[in-house]
Design a protein around this ligand. Structure first.
Ligand code: CAA
Length: 257
């Protein structure tokens, strides 16, 4: 399998498993990534997902240049739906995703990390958008998400030169949440996932949806969306449980209901 998919309590662990190709995404990998994420979205027992790469060299070196790029060239103009939906393009997913970036995150690999909500990086990780060096532009969202995450001039630096930056610089410009020793990347991602699992899962999903959809709206429309989601969250059992637990000085027992 090109994707290793494990369930550990409330956490889904999705590992891109092609270390011999630096975890580049070929068509099979894209299909399996889609399948894993659709299962994660549907499984009521799973609350947070972690995406990482196998081995210690790469998180993901991007689209597979031998197999994926010819497939995209053939299909994109007439049959864009031939590409399986992923959070980079098309797959709507409000459960939180954490990227555990254990090595190089280049091209489509950076775009997978950008489609996650939190990014935990190894101090050996590198980040870049080398597509222009191939005579190409990013196709899984970097031209749109990168300038929304980091300052425009740094996004332009990455997108126009194709040159990578190291983990410390990625942290300095706000591209990643934290930088840790290589051996601590996955355990740190799991700690952050466990921290999110302490919160009301429906509230977490509503917060993500409000941020993601609101970022494409005017402030006025975004505030209306926030109101609607707040009303929904207040109608859930989890809201009653969370507020009761606070007043009764006990730990809440959220059920995602
Ligand atoms: N596609 C296919 N194979 C890849 C790959 C990719 N994106 N990246 C690495 N590999 C393969 C190499 O071909 C090599 O395979 P062989 O041993 O069979 O020759 C193996 O992985 C190891 O790679 P290197 O020998 O090149 O390792 P290195 O340490 O010398 O270099 C690297 C590492 C700098 C990451 C280099 O592999 C590299 O530049 N990779 C390509 C990165 C890239 O351009 N990514 C963008 C792809 S396009 C894209 O992603 C478009 C999009 O938006 C969706």
């Amino acid at each position: 399998m090109a994707i290793d998919y494990q369930k550990e309590g409330k956490i889904a662990l999705i590992t891109i498993n092609r270390p011999e190709a630096l975890n580049a995404i070929n068509i099979q990998t894209a299909r399996e990534l889609h399948d894993a994420l659709v299962d994660f979205r549907a499984d009521p027992e799973l609350w947070v997902g972690i995406i990482t790469g196998a081995g210690d060299r790469a998180f993901c070196a991007g689209a597979d240049i031998r197999d994926m790029l010819p497939f995209l060239k053939e299909n994109l103009p007439q049959r864009p739906w031939a590409m399986p939906d992923t959070p980079m393009r098309g797959l709507e997913l409000w459960k939180p995703l954490i990227a555990a970036i254990n090595g190089a995150a280049l091209g489509g690999g950076l775009e997978i990390a950008l489609a996650c909500d939190l990014r935990i990086a190894s101090e050996k990780a590198r980040f870049g958008s080398p597509e222009v060096l191939l005579g190409l532009i990013p196709g899984w969202g970097a031209t749109q998400r990168l300038p929304r995450v980091i300052p425009m001039c740094k996004a332009a630096e990455l997108l126009l030169t194709g040159r990578p930056i190291d983990a410390q610089e990625a942290y300095r410009i706000g591209l990643v949440n934290t930088v840790v020793a290589p051996e601590a990347v996955l355990s740190t991602a799991k700690e952050w996932a466990e921290a999110i699992c302490q919160a009301g899962p429906l509230a977490v999903r509503a917060a993500k949806e409000a941020m993601a959809r609101g970022s494409n709206m005017t402030l006025e429309d975004g505030l209306k969306l926030e109101n609607a989601l707040e009303a929904y969250v207040m109608s859930t059992e989890d809201f009653t449980e969370g507020t009761s637990a606070f007043l009764e000085k006990r730990k809440p027992d959220f059920k995602a209901r």
